[in-house]
Design a protein around this ligand. Sequence first.
Ligand code: SAM
Length: 457
Amino acid sequence: MSTCALPHAFISRMRESLQEEYEEFEDVLEGEAISSIRLHPVKAKGVENQLPLISSNVPWHPHAYYLRERPTFTLDPFYHAGTYYVQEAASMMLYQMCEFKDAVTILDLCAAPGGKSTLLAGAMPEGSFLVSNEVIANRTKILAENMSRWGNPATLILQNDPVAFQAMAEFFDYLIVDAPCSGEGLFRKDPQSRERWSESAVEACAARQKRILADALPSLKPGGYLIYSTCTFSPEENEEIIRWLLRSFPKELTLAPVPGLEKFGSIPLSLEGEAYAAYRCMPHKLQGEGLFISRLRKKGNTEAFSWIIPRPAKMDKTTSAFLATHTLPPSHLAAEVFQDKLFLRHPAHAQFHKKPFRIKANGLYAGKIHRMDVAPSHELALSEILRKDILPMWELTYEQAISYLRKEEIRIPPPKDKGWLLITYQGQALGWAKAVGKRSRNHFPVNWRIKKHTYRQ
Ligand code: SAM
């Protein structure tokens, strides 16, 4: 039960729109939020049954589950391994809007903290390329951390205003705009959001949403999809934005309805005479928070890009051997050496090495090259292309895993050959340790460690 009251103006707007359903809606909004997670399609294979709190499937995503209660995720080694991402269930409806067949280029324009980006990275076909952008500087940090934990190397993280993407005319097959909004759909999960709400905030958000869309639209390819979503109920930020798009760009945009999602309890909306033009998810109709989602298509057609993988960088024997023994490089990634750093990247990343793009993370940083060896990076341990079958590993108990994640010294037998050990918990990679004499050094990144005073509730 929340201590922050629902704003009066919000109550009267919702009463008017929901009529006799309003009481049921308010009861649910004042109840407990439901927790859900989405499993990593590659890493989580085989560990589903070891996640104790899982209750039932989220019906609209093949790898997502509701939890019986909300644990302290920080104290779950699976969370640190990127075995799953904690995501509110309704926002996973995006999965149903993407019709991925061949490799695609995707721009997730408003990406932090990374819920939609990790969903896309887990669903896009091999050969695809995802740009996750977040304009607010201090939110790119958590975005980069979540993307590293997810571990798909065919990604690029940028920190740019939407207008910057005019430099990438007709580049993306999918433009995902999960817009900043007045947040009414979060009133249950995050009661503080009730205090930030006002009718003028709704108006200001609508104006900003129009600017964001108009600025980014040129970057969408003819034939490509624009998926627009918010976590609010107000028509000004939802249906009216879609009508505004159709009115403002009549030669370019058309609705691209997705029939059938009403079977999940989402409410189909007709716009401009088109059925299933958008959906609204409401907490009294399905197990999830509030969401509006709509799909449009840019008229016309363009050929898909075919990316040429550059010849591998000239590498010394040590580096080539490191790659062969540590990674399963999918055919669409190129190895690149920059100074003493080894990267694996999708060839499309090079298109963003120009003004005005501010790159925050670029592909997979695999390790630091020394004269005699390569020090594997933490990102490599979490990567879905890590070659676990032949690496020396050390499996930890739960207590040991937590102490490893606190960056304490862990007692492991030094490996036979001096060198790096992959640290695992139930087979999931957590990071590295290195044998130093009779002891081992914990290489978990200091900034990511579990803080001293985090204990189970
Ligand atoms: N897509 C994210 C996810 O699923 O985890 C949530 C995105 S949140 C709804 C909207 C994001 O838009 C926020 O991270 C916010 O910082 C960003 N934002 C704020 N102002 C913006 C602007 N003017 N242009 C683009 N993005 C903006």
